[in-house]
Structures are given as C-alpha cells and as structure tokens.
Design a binder for this molecule. Sequence first.
Ligand SMILES: Nc1nc2c(ncn2[C@@H]2O[C@H](COP(=O)(O)OP(=O)(O)OP(=O)(O)O)[C@@H](O)[C@H]2O)c(=O)[nH]1
Ligand SMILES: [Mg+2]
Length: 242
Amino acid sequence: MDSAMTKNKYSVLLPTYNERENLPIITWLLARTFETNGIDWEIVIIDDGSPDGTQEVARELQKVYGERILLKPRAGKLGLGTAYVHGLQFATGNYVIIMDADFSHHPKFIPEMIQMQAKNNYDVVSGTRYRPGGGVYGWDLKRKLVSRGANYLATLLLRPRASDLTGSFRLYKREVLHQLINATVAKGYVFQMEMIVRARQFNYSVGEVPITFVDRVYGESKMGMSEIVQYAQGVWRLFTTV
Ligand SMILES: Nc1nc2c(ncn2[C@@H]2O[C@H](COP(=O)(O)OP(=O)(O)OP(=O)(O)O)[C@@H](O)[C@H]2O)c(=O)[nH]1
Ligand SMILES: [Mg+2]
C-alpha cells in the first residue's frame, strides 16, 4: 500500500444489536485486513444493550486487541442513525468506515475502498451491489425485488449519481461524515439513502467499489412491510424537500 496512506487512520463504526456470534469473526477479519495491508485502524463498537451479551464478547475482544477496540454502549435500542452519531464522537481516525457487523459486508473490500479514495481524493467511497462485479447472495427473490425497487425508486426521483443508495458499507472523510450525519434527518432504512443524496447536495465527490453482499450469517432479519412503507415515505420527503 502507498506510503501516503499509512499516515492515515481508519476508524470502523460497528453498530451491534444481538451480534455476539458475528462480532469475534468480523473483528478478526478486520484486524487481519488492516494489519496485512499496514493500515492504522480502530473499531468503535456501538452496542445498544443487546440482550444476547454482545458487550461481554466485545470486552473479551478488548483483551485481545487492546486500545484498537473501543466499546461505546448505549442503554437501549435507539436505532442506527443515532448509533453512528454516538460512535463518531469517539472515533480518532481521519477516515471513518461504516459497515454492518452481521457479515453482510466483508472486510476484504476495505483495501480497495481505501485505495480508490486515496487515488481520487474522494469525500465518500460507497460499496455498491449494483455495478458489474457487485451482487447480493442469500436473498430470496422477494427481498431482491424490494431492494432493487427501493434503489430504483430513489434513483429515479432523486438522481443521486450513485448506484447503491440503501447500502451501508461506506468510507468517509471524517468531517464529511460529520456534516452529512448532522444534515440527515431520516432514521431506519432511509438513513443511508439520505446520506448519499445529501452528499450530492453538498457537492461531495463519491467513488464506488463493487461489493458482494451476503445475507446475515447469524440472527434474524427485521425487514418487513412497515420498513418498505417507511422507506417510500422517506424517498418522497426527500424528493419534495431536497
Ligand atoms: N447499535 C445498534 N445497532 C443496530 C441497531 N439496529 C441494527 N443494528 C446493527 O446494524 C447493522 C445492520 O443492521 P441489520 O439488522 O443487519 O439490518 P439489515 O442488514 O438491513 O437487515 P438484516 O440483516 O436482514 O436483519 C448490524 O450490525 C446490526 O447489529 C440499533 O438499533 N442499534
Ligand atoms: Mg444485515
């Protein structure tokens, strides 16, 4: 990896809710990816009082990886949007990576995201499932259609110049993430989409790296009709306000 990159530090914001099975593996993979590429790193775990004991697992990981693992819990399940706001306060890196802890996002794509950012000085690099080389595995047809439909609807109305709007595997310059998060009002599934639409609104540059997205390894999916309706309302709100 380029020597200019080695001066940077990358903070991973990892929101968790009942991820005790996934957390050790994702941490191990992240650590290995960063170490083998000579990249400075840390992980900020934002756990919302998971009843499955995710925080005990996180504390065990702190014994192994020391200060590179920050555990910044909250008392209850307060949602993803505010989890990022909370975690960002403690991130010490000049770059911040947001990803899911449930294995849908594989750390192996991170070096490519970092390289692409560095090469073009992008403000944001977004993982995309919807470009050649990217894809989704483990979803049934219905879930694929919902995701495609959601993406298509938002692309049509909002023209965000990015191909994957609802994805949440992204790399940000720290201050860019800070500004986008502050400007973003949506919660839930609309949150990621609003972030990338705002990025365009503020004229930030966005690069894309194709990623393969794999359905969560352990645990239950929460995607249902109410999420779909909420999402459509969110797209509409952005369409009429941004
Ligand atoms: N801290 C915190 N983390 C959350 C919350 N909701 C979800 N997460 C975590 O955020 C990431 C993405 O959430 P998921 O539940 O996987 O959402 P999804 O990928 O859209 O849906 P499924 O994987 O199908 O359940 C995972 O790492 C979750 O553990 C929350 O309210 N608070
Ligand atoms: Mg998931």
